[in-house]
Design a protein. Structure first.
Length: 100
């Protein structure tokens, strides 16, 4: 499974890998990037070929919900949803659609 990159609501890039979410810590040389889990101290390094090496263990289970929300946000952006609709409202509706 390769890494996917998404954009959070505040415009920051996030790494999604095996259903764990990571926020960017720093960029390394040669196109690799250093990430830290949003919920634990686990870190990961991504390479320009989208391979990911995870260090340390997560102290929690993968969060499919977080991943779904991020994917919803990405899909909405692609569709060019009317920006005047509050994003929270859109996510809430889409989230209900998933769970029903
Ligand atoms: Zn973690």
């Amino acid at each position: 499974m390769s890494a996917t990159f998404v954009e959070s609501t505040d415009g920051k890039r996030q790494l999604c890998y095996l259903s764990y979410g990571y926020s960017l810590k720093r960029k390394n040389k040669k196109g690799s990037e250093y990430w830290i889990c949003v919920k634990s101290q686990a870190t990961a390094t991504s390479c320009s070929d989208l391979s990911v090496t995870v260090r340390d263990k997560h102290t929690h289970v993968p969060d499919e919900t977080d991943k779904q929300i991020l994917e919803i946000q990405q899909n909405l952006k692609r569709k060019g949803i009317d920006e005047s609709v509050p994003i929270d409202h859109i996510i809430e509706e889409a989230f209900h659609a998933i769970n029903n």
